[in-house]
Design a protein around this ligand. Structure first.
Ligand code: AMP
Length: 213
């Protein structure tokens, strides 16, 4: 299964990606997570990505594309992959097609998680992430049992630096202007499936799996 998850920030791509990757037994590749790990590790890539991420802008394609090409060359990708947060513009989508066609392993499906803008803002502004395992919580909708601590690993919860009002607004603009055109691109290629991203996490996973059959 070679799969892409598309949707605006806050649609729940990361949460669904974890469940779908487990279901299909494929690696979950999140470009945002790779950038955040590099920032945490103080690498050159992290230093380069940080200012773009803090402003809610896209990291330049030359950097992101070669990072993804590298990741797709690793041995755990033989069975397929689930890309979360990539591609984010038509240039990246074309680049990915080139990489996959060269391997003779084109995409199987692109799943769009669709959600209204006001719901996104509510979700992102209350989102909290675990420093230890990356699990996602919400101060109103998915409260951890102990304030500020992860239910899964006990790690400290924090608010992503780009989950503030001004950056959220820019991330939504970037999504509309740069990322949405890839939906048309994949529709034309006959790969697009769309499901609603509202409702219980497990229901959305069930809908995703049935849409991908
Ligand atoms: P995410 O965790 O997917 O919301 O990504 C967080 C941030 O990482 C984005 O706002 C971008 O700054 C950067 N980023 C993640 N994926 C990409 C990508 N495919 N292209 C460019 N920048 C990206």
């Amino acid at each position: 299964m070679r799969l892409i998850l598309v949707g605006p920030p806050g649609a729940g791509k990361g949460t669904q990606a974890v469940h779908l990757a487990e279901h299909y037994k494929i690696p979950h590749i999140s470009t945002g997570d790779i950038f955040r790990a590099n920032i945490k590790g103080g690498t050159e890539l992290g230093k380069l990505a940080q200012s773009y991420m803090d402003a809610g802008n896209l990291v330049p394609d030359s950097v992101t594309n070669s990072m993804v090409e590298d990741r797709l060359g690793q041995s755990d990708v033989g069975n397929g992959f689930l890309l979360d947060g990539y591609p984010r513009n038509v240039g990246q989508a074309e680049f990915l097609d080139g990489v996959l066609n060269a391997k003779g392993a084109p995409l199987d499906s692109v799943l769009e998680l669709s959600i209204a803008n006001d719901e996104i803002i509510k979700r992102l502004s209350g989102r909290r992430i675990c420093r230890g395992c990356g699990a996602s919580f919400h101060i109103h909708f998915e409260k951890p049992s102990k304030d500020g601590l992860c239910d899964k690993c006990g790690g400290e919860l924090y608010q992503r630096q780009d989950d503030n009002e001004a950056t959220i607004a820019n991330r939504l603009n970037v999504y509309t202007e740069q990322t949405e055109p890839i939906i048309e691109y994949y529709k034309k290629a006959g790969l697009l499936k769309v499901i609603s991203a509202t409702g219980a996490v497990s229901e959305i996973t069930t809908q995703a799996i049935s849409a991908l059959k």
